[in-house]
Design a protein around this ligand. Structure first.
Ligand code: R5P
Length: 326
């Protein structure tokens, strides 16, 4: 009788949708693996078809998709990929969404509104995801929307180290563009030697999307180099109004730092014409060549995602990647 060898060896597999395959290429290179060949195309009516070109049975699958515009298409494609993996007997499926679409809809502001960030989590769970991996969620409590482990990665140390290496820390103030992000500003301050923080008193009419009204600067920024931090730049209204308010309040220089460069509509024009000396972002979302401008710095998120994938695959510790951050 022939001997049957049982192998418990886990196989790491990385898959990508069509949202931003270049980021997946970079993550694969960091991990020293190849992306699993995948065919994906659209039917004439826009429906999406996906098929993996190799067996995925028993693998530890990481499905990376960037929720870039058109956001709904990228999300649907990722859901379909998860479904295909589940039906092809992948052992474990991790949805890697560096920018988690719909994160801003995390609560009801008024009656008869959805909580779309929760719906997203339910959709991934229903499709077959065992866990999620995300970067800088709009609000941390979104982790609780998903019924399973969520690896919440932070770009903050990377952004703060970069900014900290360029500025005179004795004249530095970290600025939150609204009261909701003051805790994040405190973390920046902790990493940069306890510099002062300030925030902008921002109000927003929930009936008008993508429109913020910037109020006054709370804190003394006279003669300071200010770093305005945010999770995302969408139309750049929030951040450029904050930059204006800081210069009006006497700031000497203003640097903008944000994780997710959504960069919709007027964003690039607004950033180009703002008085900020530098805009520092990561590539959790693709930035096209024609969106780049002098003063824009793009830091790669690929090494962080690769390290986190390795920790998950090897049953290591993702938390250890952020020791010192609370
Ligand atoms: C809001 O709460 C977010 O943290 C961002 O400040 C906002 O979504 C940025 O949007 P925009 O760039 O369109 O002002």
């Amino acid at each position: 009788m022939g001997e049957i060898r049982l192998s418990s060896e886990k196989r790491l597999r990385l898959f990508t949708g069509r949202g931003y395959p270049e980021l997946a290429d970079d993550v694969a290179a960091e991990l020293g693996i190849q992306l699993t060949p995948t065919s994906a195309y659209d039917f004439a009516n826009g429906e999406i078809f996906v098929r993996f070109e190799e067996s995925v049975r028993g693998c530890d699958a990481f499905v990376l998709q960037c929720h870039t515009a058109p956001v709904n298409k990228q999300i649907m494609e990722q859901l379909i990929m998860v479904d295909a993996l589940k039906r092809a007997s992948a052992k474990r499926i991790t949805v890697v969404a560096p920018f988690y679409g719909y994160a801003r809809q995390d609560k009801k502001h008024r009656g008869r509104e959805p909580i779309s960030a929760r719906l997203m989590a339910d959709l991934f769970k229903t499709a077959g995801a065992d866990r999620l991996m995300v970067v800088d969620l709009h609000t941390s409590q979104i982790q609780g929307f998903f019924d399973g482990p969520v690896d919440h990665l932070f770009a903050l140390p990377m952004l703060a180290n970069y900014v900290g290496s360029k500025v005179d820390r004795s004249r530095l103030t970290i600025v939150s563009p609204d009261s909701g992000r003051v805790r994040v500003a405190e973390r920046w301050s902790d990493l940069l030697g306890g510099c002062p923080i300030a925030f902008i008193h921002k109000t927003r009419d929930p009936r008008i999307p993508n429109e913020s009204i910037t109020g006054r600067v709370v804190g003394d920024v006279q003669g300071q180099t200010c770093v305005v931090i945010d999770d995302m730049i969408d139309t750049a209204g929030t951040i450029t109004k904050a930059v204006d308010a800081l210069f009006e309040a006497g700031a000497k220089d203003v640097i903008v730092a944000a994780t997710h460069a959504v960069l919709s509509g007027p964003a690039i024009d607004r950033l180009k014409s703002s008085k900020a000396s530098e805009v520092v972002i990561t590539n959790t979302l693709p930035i096209s060549e024609d969106q780049k401008f002098d003063g824009l710095t793009v830091l790669s998120i690929a090494p962080l995602i690769a390290r986190a994938i390795r920790e998950v695959f090897e049953d290591g510790s993702v938390t250890s990647l952020f020791d010192g951050l609370s």
